[in-house]
Each structure stands twice: as structure tokens, then as C-alpha cells.
Design a protein around this ligand. Structure first.
Ligand code: CMP
Length: 140
């Protein structure tokens, strides 16, 4: 498997608890390298646009409000098989189902306030990276 890039968000529940460093350490310990990072406060347009794929889901309104509720850290992670590796490190979407040692098992509060987002496929990763970063903001 070649070197890949994936997209990550450290969500408002995690920035509120000042655990961004602990989460980034989990990525780095797994061999993922942060090649772009910024702390932003998402606008409604950004939150709705980013999660547009979920707009028919019953939790969409709640998801958008949550993602606008405080700062987030958007990042590009690079490494061998980065998309799958990041998903492994994050653990299952619902922390109740997440494996021991994963970010969501350790830090997530609920399925909504689940501390991190990560791309689900290389194609999605490319789109999500482009949504928040220009090429010159990514330094590998
Ligand atoms: P994320 O990986 O960011 O992608 C979509 C998000 O919707 C997901 O993580 C969850 O945090 C959020 N979400 C909120 N409620 C639900 C739910 N009932 N089922 C699935 N996802 C949910």
C-alpha cells in the first residue's frame, strides 16, 4: 500500500476538553503524520456543505449545530494506508461499539459528540481535503 492522505476533524467536544494533543498523539503513534492543520470555527455554510451527504438523515440538524458549537481542528494526515489506519485509530462511530485503545473509546461522549471525524475512502478524502485546504497549505 502506498503513502496516502486522509482528512480529519477534531470536533468541538474534544477542543472544549483541551484534548487535541492527546488525540494527535494517537495519530502520530499509529504512524500518521500531520501535514496540514488549522483551528477554525465552522460557519453554518461550511458545516452544512461538509455534511451534505447526510442532509436527509434525522440527525442532520443536530450534527450541523454541534459542529458549529465551538472550535474544531481540521487536519490532513499522511502515511501508509492512511484512510484505513485513521479509521482504525478512531474506532467505531458509536463509542459504545469502539474497540479498546481507540480515540472514540477513550474520549468520545456519545455517537454525536464523538471527538473525531475521518474520511471513509480515498475519493472522499480527496474531496474533504479540498473542502478545507488549498495545495499550498499542505506541507508533507
Ligand atoms: P462523522 O464521522 O463525523 O460523520 C457523520 C456524523 O454524524 C458521525 O460522525 C456522528 O458524529 C454524527 N451522528 C450523530 N447522530 C448520529 C446517529 N444517530 N447515527 C450516525 N451518526 C450520527
Amino acid at each position: 500500500m502506498a503513502i496516502q492522505r486522509t482528512f480529519s476533524i477534531i470536533k468541538p467536544d474534544a477542543t472544549a476538553r483541551n484534548i487535541t494533543g492527546k488525540i494527535i498523539s494517537k495519530f502520530e503513534d499509529a504512524g500518521l503524520r500531520v501535514v496540514a492543520s488549522k483551528r477554525i470555527h465552522m460557519t453554518r455554510a461550511q458545516a452544512e456543505g461538509f455534511y451534505a451527504v447526510h442532509k436527509e438523515r434525522p440527525f442532520f440538524g443536530e450534527l450541523v449545530e454541534f459542529m458549529m458549537s465551538g472550535p474544531v481542528v481540521v487536519q490532513v494526515l499522511e502515511g501508509e494506508d492512511a484512510v484505513a489506519k485513521n479509521r482504525e485509530v478512531m474506532g467505531a462511530t458509536n463509542p459504545a461499539d469502539a474497540a479498546e485503545g481507540t480515540i472514540r473509546k477513550e474520549f468520545a461522549l456519545s455517537i454525536g459528540e464523538n471527538s473525531v471525524h475521518g474520511s471513509d475512502a480515498p475519493e472522499t478524502a480527496a474531496e474533504e481535503i479540498k473542502f478545507f485546504f488549498s495545495d499550498d497549505e499542505i506541507v508533507g
